[in-house]
Structure formats: C-alpha cells, structure tokens
Design a protein around this ligand. Structure first.
Ligand code: VGL
Ligand code: ZN
Length: 191
C-alpha cells in the first residue's frame, strides 16, 4: 500500500468534455476514470490540482492550422469544460495550458519547448509537496509529459494507471514512464 500524506499532490490532467466519448478528441474509455478520480480526490492529499487544455481557436496543434489534432478544448467552449461528473469540490487550483497560439503544452509544468514554466513547480514547492500523483487524459500524451516533467523537477512521480486512459494501448506508455523513473500504481493500492 501507498499512504497518501499532505506532502502529496493529486494532479487531474485534462478531464474535459472534448477528451471524453462524444468529444472532438475522444479518448476511448475516458469517462471510466471519473469515479476513480472522484474517490482518489477524497484521500488526504495536500492539494488536488486540475489542468485544462485551453487553446485559442487558431492554435498551431489543430489540423486546420497544419497540426496533428482535431480542433479541441477551445478556450471558453463547452468542450473545454471539465467533465460534468468530475467532482470539483476537492480541486484547489486549476492550471490552463496550451494558451499560446504558437506553442503547445502537453505537460502541466512546461510548454513543449521546455521553456515557459506554468508556475506549478513553484506552487507545489511552496506547499511542501514532495510527491506528485498523476491521473487523467491522455495517458500517452499529457499525462506522460506531466509525469516526466515532475521527475525532472525533482518530485517523486506516481502514475495511477487505472485513473488514466490513453489514445492507444497503455502498455508502451507505461513502459516508457517506468524507464523515466515514474512509479506506477493502481487506485486500490492507495489509502
Ligand atoms: C492532449 C492531444 C492534444 C491531452 C491535449 O490532454 O492529452 N492530447 N492536446
Ligand atoms: Zn491540446
């Protein structure tokens, strides 16, 4: 078992309508993690932080601009809202990423050029957080980038596998995370 303490943070990455079944960039089974996250968020974490992908309408990542992804999570639209069934009561702060037109940000910590910090490292350090538990969507994109950056920033990083879904099979993404020094666990092992 892993004991959750106030020195641990729970990150809920991009659990937004556009990433759920029916959304413009739907992650298969994305809705299935919501009850798992709602349960985890009631454990005694020091802080629970949600992220939102939050793009301008002409964002460089969109196929309409020559990028890889369908239009998704446009700032202020219904698709960018947090999942309706996600309990936001325990959420202490929301970080919005991908807001600049010309650079994407998969990680909650830094943009994809590794330059601009979001302020999340500073916040977590101010709160005395040493371990970061990561959940959400998509495992192989924003969850992985966030967990990798958490390790690089000096935190213990733990991905809760059953509280994540990816765009493809989980195993390759989980193997990459393990190699990067991320601890993998499941929600039933946390108390
Ligand atoms: C994501 C693709 C594009 C994610 C965000 O949240 O994993 N994936 N933008
Ligand atoms: Zn995006």
């Amino acid at each position: 078992m892993i004991t959750v303490t106030p020195q641990s943070a729970l990150l809920v990455v991009d659990v937004q309508k556009d990433f759920l079944p029916g959304g413009t960039l739907a992650v298969p089974g994305g809705d299935e993690i919501i009850p798992v996250i709602n349960h985890l968020a009631r454990l005694p974490f020091g802080v629970v932080i949600a992220t939102q992908d939050w793009h301008p309408a002409d964002h460089m990542s969109f196929v309409t601009q020559g990028g890889p992804w369908p239009v998704h999570c446009v700032a202020g639209t219904d698709g960018a809202t947090l999942a309706a069934l996600l309990d936001d009561e325990p959420v202490g702060a929301i970080f919005r990423k991908g807001r600049s037109r010309d650079v994407d940000s998969y990680s909650a910590f830094f943009d994809n050029e590794g330059k601009r910090p979001s302020g999340l490292v500073s916040l977590l350090k101010e709160l005395g957080i040493t371990s970061v538990f990561v959940t959400g969507l998509a495992l192989d994109v924003c969850v992985s980038a966030t967990a990798d950056d958490a390790v690089k920033a000096g935190f213990e990083a733990v991905v809760i596998a059953d509280a994540c879904r990816g765009t493809g099979p989980a195993e390759p993404a989980l193997a990459d995370l393990r190699r990067a020094g991320v601890t993998l666990t499941t929600s039933d092992r946390l108390a």
